[in-house]
Design a protein around this ligand. Structure first.
Ligand code: BGC
Length: 420
């Protein structure tokens, strides 16, 4: 592994999302779903409950961010706290977020704010959520209320998070609507803030299982179009094109990103000979982290090179990248390999300006507390935070604007080897 150093001014930090860390997000539809027996179809599932209790521990967590050397932090608002009942804005929640954002700024931390990171109020979902374009007016009202209040503290905006995945005609309609929600959000933010605006895109590489095979390759192209290509094309041209769907031109969508906000984790194998089209992942025999299939993810840093180089027309921020593992040595190796690949993509022309690791602390991974993505360990009974060795490795990376072989070796030699 060569020394991996970044250009002066490169921004370093971590990312989180409200529902995953705050706790007691009782007016969100996610919370409501977590109360239903059908939610619990495997033994790994748990309700979010108090999550990391972050809502009550904002001050302590901000101190920890600062102590661990973070320059930037991506967080999200919970719409359902701010507008628990349709049309009635909650003063306490609004003030809470303003206080949290002000605290980050007082600590010199660059703030990335996501307006909606997956979760929305129960009443919004009862009206059909994003699936019904008529509901755009509710989002508009929310954004018109909250954006001017938080704008003084925000350095970079994400309107939505990762609406680009999923493959069905219903889902395509949802994505078309989300593009319009995003665009409306973009234009509202622009009225109150001169800071850059984006929406976090889940960049997934769809890799044909057999590289030479026409069927696998064609199906991989199809997935890339319906998950990545449509988004890039709509932002660049205003034209919305989905498989087996009438196309449309929506000028309001064109040029509504000031930078590409990229969340990237792993790749997806495409196998045309399987009914659902997805290849079975190669199982990690030694790196088996936790007993959940989804998280037997491959480390695939080459993604960064393959995908970032197609984003030639705007600056890029990595707004999420990380791995879930119980063995922290894995995370250190992961960080080193992915950062090295990002640096390589930059040498090839990708204009990457910053990197936010997912996630600052272990949190509620939407259905379960088992996956551990954090640089900081959280005891979910006592809410005690304990930085892992990777948090100190990452602090050195932030201090040195990258890492040398010496730094890397120091952190790996302190930890036991995998598989023992
Ligand atoms: C999401 C996060 C999630 C992470 C790890 C991203 O898709 O934005 O909310 O926790 O991946 O699965």
């Amino acid at each position: 592994m060569p020394d991996t150093l970044f250009p002066k001014g490169f921004l370093w930090g971590t990312a989180t999302a409200g529902h995953q860390i705050e706790g007691n997000n009782i007016h969100s539809s996610n919370w409501a779903d977590e109360q239903k027996p059908e939610f619990y179809f495997d033994e790994f599932r748990a309700p979010s409950g108090k999550a990391c209790n972050h809502y009550e521990m904002v001050e302590e967590d901000t101190r920890l961010l600062k102590a661990l050397g973070h320059q930037a932090y991506r967080m999200s608002l919970e719409w359902s706290r701010i507008e628990p009942t349709e049309g009635q804005f909650n003063k306490e929640a609004t003030e809470h977020y303003i206080k949290e954002l002000a605290l980050l700024k007082e600590n010199g931390i660059t703030v990335f704010l996501t307006l909606i990171h997956f979760t929305t109020p129960v009443w919004f979902i009862e009206k059909g959520g994003f699936q019904n374009i008529e509901n755009l007016r509710y989002f508009e009202r929310f954004a018109e209320y909250i954006v001017p209040l938080v704008a003084p503290y925000v350095d970079s905006w994400n309107i939505l998070n990762e609406f680009n995945l999923g493959f069905s005609s219903e889902r395509y309609l949802w994505k078309i609507n989300c593009l319009k929600f995003h665009a409306r959000g973009y234009h509202i933010v622009k009225k109150y803030s001169d800071k850059p605006v984006s929406t976090a895109h889940a960049m997934v590489q769809y890799t044909p299982k057999r590289h030479h095979d026409t069927f696998d390759r064609t199906l991989a192209e199809y997935h890339d179009w319906a998950a990545n290509g449509f988004f890039l094309h709509a932002i660049r041209t205003g034209e919305i094109v989905f498989p087996f769907t009438d196309g449309e031109v929506c000028p309001e969508v064109k040029d509504t990103l000031d930078y590409w906000a990229i969340n990237m984790y792993t790749r997806t194998l495409i196998d045309a000979r399987r009914q659902n089209g997805f290849g079975i992942r190669y199982e990690h025999k030694k790196l088996k982290m936790i007993p959940m299939d989804f998280y037997l993810e491959e480390m695939y840093p080459e993604n960064m090179i393959g995908q970032l180089t197609r984003l030639y027309d705007k600056p890029i921020y990595i707004t999420e990248n990380g791995c879930s593992c119980d063995n922290d040595r894995f995370r250190i190796v992961y960080l080193a390999l992915y950062l090295n690949a990002i640096r390589e993509a930059m040498r090839m022309g990708a204009d990457v300006r910053g990197y936010l690791y997912w996630s600052f602390m272990d949190n509620y991974e939407w259905t379960s507390f088992l996956p551990r993505f954090g640089l900081v360990d959280v005891d979910f009974d006592t809410f005690k935070r304990t930085p892992k060795p990777s948090a100190f490795f990452y602090r050195e990376i932030m201090e040195n604007n990258g890492f040398t072989q010496e730094i890397l070796r120091k952190y790996l030699s302190e930890l036991p080897t995998l598989g023992k």
